[in-house]
Design a protein around this ligand. Sequence first.
Ligand code: SAM
Ligand code: SF4
Length: 463
Amino acid sequence: MKDFIDDDKIQHVLDISVRPEKKRVEDVLDKAKELKGLTPEETSVLLQTEDKELINEILITARFVKESIYGNRLVLFAPLYIANHCSNNCLYCGFRRANKELKRVALTMEEIAAEAQAIEAEGHKRILMLCGEHPTRSSLDYFIEAIETVYATTNFNGEIRRINVEVAPLEVEEFKRLKAAKIGTYLLFQETYHHATYREMHPSGPKRNYEYRVTAMHRAQEAGIDDVGIGALFGLYDYRFEVLGLLYHAQHLEKTCGVGPHTISIPRLEPALNAPAAIKPPHPVSDDEFKKLVAVLRLAVPYTGMILTTRESAALRNEIFGLGVSQISAGSRTNPGGYHDHGGNDFMAAQFNLGDTRSLDEVIYEIVQQGLIPSFCTACYRLGRTGADFMDLAKPGLIKKFCRTNAIFTFEEYLLDYASDKTKKAGLKLVEKLLADTEGAGLKRSINSRLKRMENGERDLYI
Ligand code: SAM
Ligand code: SF4
């Protein structure tokens, strides 16, 4: 597989739609409402819109699309950093090799089990496991042993049911080993799709190879991992260019592998220790631009999940939930060992600073206040509804039916086992309302009977 990102083409598509006419923008928004996605050219029209009123229309349309397809559930996960040694020198990352001040840590299996228990004690069921890229301190053997350790670690009713992973690009045979370890989604961010910026940001180490990274998802798919997640690190280059890069990446995967990405991640640069590009981002993305790009992505790829992390502040995250984000991290630590030693996010060992330092319970309370349903669901992956099967299912209404129901079940589990009194009170009221609003007498009965079974001690119920 060869590099398929054409910088000149992306720039050309952006150049031909500078300051688009109102009518053109409205036509694109009408098409977006059909929930079939947008071409790069149409996406570019929205990205190049600077008119405040029209941008507001983009946001409103994104809310409509999100509501039509996903309903009001929000999936929660916690990142688990197991090691921070790295042979790369990414100019934006605290783990970079040249950062001599960083406290280097590679957790032992006992420590990883302790992290898993601490995460489970908060109520999480899904994690994203990640580390730096290092031949000995973060080898694939070590990583796979860590996955096995976490799956085997329980804490009363707590267990991790899905481990998504984010590790440096691998060969097909290596990806097969990850699949055999029962990972959920394989995530990897291209960071920037702009070749010259990529070279500048990655002065040395294996990550300098753009082509090897941009083709990683194709190798993962070849190995049978059909849920893959792409992403760009916003702030390194023009955000419009990156959105189109993500779109071309998604299209290429769909064309060559038969299925596009399961998720798109939208991290934005945060300050990091001794990381010049993080301290002074080359192309800072304002909050308004960030909201706009989230909305445009929602319209361009309506069936692809979108992931927002604790890099963003609580206030902004609250605003962005409604625009199309389907997954968020909460209660995160980006320093290996940060969960069980209760040390918080130790900047001297962390990858970057956190924008939202609230606990999972606080985040959940806030989500409930917005009428959204917090979800810890892992049903699709465990029932084999992945890749193309998931995309077939992801038609309006269907995601809503399955995901809404499973969200209610996993939220009820959280309320019974982990919630603070305040969250429990607000949450049980929400569950009651959701049950009352459920359409279809059969579905309502089946939800009700399962909720009763949970009250009687059963766990892990899903459809
Ligand atoms: N080391 C692997 C890699 O680079 O792909 C695994 C993932 S790395 C630990 C996780 C991601 O964090 C990177 O892909 C990058 O997008 C993001 N990241 C690095 N520095 C960051 C910063 N200062 N602010 C926000 N995100 C950052
Ligand atoms: Fe290493 Fe990944 Fe950080 Fe780059 S982003 S320095 S590869 S951990």
